[in-house]
Design a protein around this ligand. Sequence first.
Ligand code: NDP
Ligand code: GDR
Length: 374
Amino acid sequence: MSKKVALISGITGQDGSYLAEFLLDKGYEVHGIKRRSSLFNTERVDHIYQDRHEGDPQFFLHYGDLTDPSNLTRIIKEVQPDEVYNLGAQSHVAVSFESPEYTANVDALGTLRLLEAIRFLGLEKKTRFYQASTSELYGLVQETPQQETTPFYPRSPYAVAKLYAYWITVNYREAYGMYACNGILFNHESPRRGETFVTRKITRGLANIAQGLERCLYLGNMNALRDWGHAKDYVRMQWMMLQQETAEDFVIATGNQISVRDFIRLSAAELGIELAFEGQGVHETGIVMAIQGDKAPALNVGDVIVKVEPRYFRPAEVETLLGDPSKAKERLGWTPEISVQQMCAEMIANDLDQAKCHALLKKHGHTVTISVEE
Ligand code: NDP
Ligand code: GDR
């Protein structure tokens, strides 16, 4: 049987990199769309990139952008993919309030452009399509836990754009008989998570503070509740969804929920720090109560290392999300294998290694700049 060919938009992102590894392990030829950038932006996939001039490469990158329809059509024509995974997006909810039109262009119309390119090229019976839908669609939740039938109520320009993408995917399935489906994924994280999402901001920030590279972590709403899973578990499910007889939409979640504040406590505990929270709202702080071990040499008991900063509050917040993954479990046999505690430990270990490297460089007189702008 000939090799399957997959095309991934958003290959340079968290999920794109894990999915590429997963598909290559399954014997796929993997193509990805990357954006032109003034700096290298392939850090997450560099380790799987092979020199095209050597060996038998199975991994290919194409310059492209979800805002550019002719470019997308050309890539799909060239690649003739069996499976398209649309993971590319302006994926930051807070940023979508700053750039709503761009977010709509990429996240909503970008999805339409890919679907239309497949149809225009006459590939609608060959190419299967996965859309990266999101728990943000539930926004102001109408039912808990959220499942495939729960009504949507998006609360940000990002979520509204993703609502369009969700329905246009359903529409192409119904109108043209395409194998097109939505994975409604709840938050998933990893050491490759972008530095400005809250979990990574916390693990990276606390590791830097423990090593004396930063003084304090500034956060927004610490009461927000999320159902956090590991990206590796979730990309496996993205693939499973495209291997069924008929295309269907699935909720992917762990079925457990913790608050941002709990995630801070978990992360601090991994660093041997006991944190207590005092005050309320914008006056809430996290104070070091005890330190065990030698992972946080730069800290003293009594240090204030977490503060609320109102500029991180969102114009409209999603306070709570909790998914019900029963359909995925029953129909596809999928269960998440990595707990939030294990994931947090992995993220802290990764960020502590980096912080230690930076601290060592600093000790030896090198200039170390830590980017903290979010
Ligand atoms: P990331 O932000 O890590 O990655 C987004 C990817 O999209 C990057 O490769 C980025 O490129 C690319 N991209 C951004 N804009 C464009 C554009 N105009 N044209 C082409 N590519 C573009 O996201 P994740 O990996 O975390 O998420 C993957 C998808 O899943 C996204 O669509 C996200 O909205 C969705 N999702 C994510 C969840 C999560 O918890 N992680 C949960 C539910 C849905 P570059 O590297 O150049 O910036
Ligand atoms: P989210 O993830 O908005 O759920 O979207 P994020 O990690 O950005 O926020 C989660 C919750 O934490 C609160 N929060 C903060 N968030 C950030 N980024 N920075 C802060 O300083 C901060 N302080 C508190 C937020 O208000 C929010 O309630 C992610 C993205 O990956 C989307 O693309 C995806 O669709 C959804 O998850 C599911």
